[in-house]
Design a protein around this ligand. Structure first.
Ligand SMILES: CC(C)(COP(=O)(O)OP(=O)(O)OC[C@H]1O[C@@H](n2cnc3c(N)ncnc32)[C@H](O)[C@@H]1OP(=O)(O)O)[C@@H](O)C(=O)NCCC(=O)NCCS
Length: 166
């Protein structure tokens, strides 16, 4: 598993993630995207860093270079020393440790940014797989934020997990 920048050939990942019932609710990827929408999503990922939003990495198989997931380090709150991590893995590649490895790598990368003190992950209470990923990557659960995110047309409670600069 490696983290690398998105390439135009990663549109297949957009189709795989866009078929998941949850992923389109938590980002800009349309559900069941058209070819054009998949390409546009990849272009948006490549544009995140130039636009100053943060880093969107493809999680890729180290041997085949196939993109199997996406993970982002969002830096809107960098002046406050905080970033947010978000991740998704293609349904067919789940349960093999990809998200955990990716979050470990992303968090190590985060500490190369001198101004960062905290990396946060917001996770819905039902999302046990994501909570396990955060915990396995060294994040601590800090609490429940009631009605914190607007997802799928409703306000949702979110668990907040965070890693602190070692
Ligand atoms: C959450 C997600 C990224 C996990 O990716 P992954 O590559 O399968 O994660 P990992 O294999 O590193 O670890 C998943 C852990 O959750 C467990 N798990 C998976 N599905 C589960 C479920 N439905 N209930 C309980 N545990 C589950 C796995 O067994 C594994 O735990 P283990 O290491 O103790 O065996 C993936 O399920 C996903 O993309 N979900 C949709 C998007 C999403 O929810 N993103 C996170 C938003 S906060």
């Amino acid at each position: 598993m490696v983290l690398r920048r998105f390439e135009p050939s990663d549109a297949a990942l957009a189709h795989a993630l866009g078929a998941d019932p949850y992923v389109p609710l938590i980002g800009s990827l349309p559900a069941r995207p058209s070819t054009q929408q998949a390409r546009q999503w990849v272009r948006r990922q490549r544009q995140k860093h130039p636009d100053g939003d943060g880093f969107s990495f493809a999680i890729a198989d180290a041997e085949t270079d196939t993109a199997i997931g996406a993970i982002g380090l969002w830096l809107r709150d960098l002046p406050e020393g905080r970033a947010t991590a978000g991740y998704a893995v293609s349904p067919e590649y789940r349960g093999r440790g990809a998200a955990t490895s990716a979050l470990v790598a992303l968090t190590a990368f985060a500490w190369t940014i001198p101004a960062l003190h905290r990396v946060e992950s917001y996770i819905e209470p039902w999302n046990t797989a994501s909570s396990k990923v955060a915990t396995a990557a060294g994040y601590q659960r800090e609490g429940l934020l009631r009605g914190h995110h607007w997802i799928g047309g409703t306000r949702r409670d979110m668990l907040i997990y965070a890693a602190i600069r070692p």
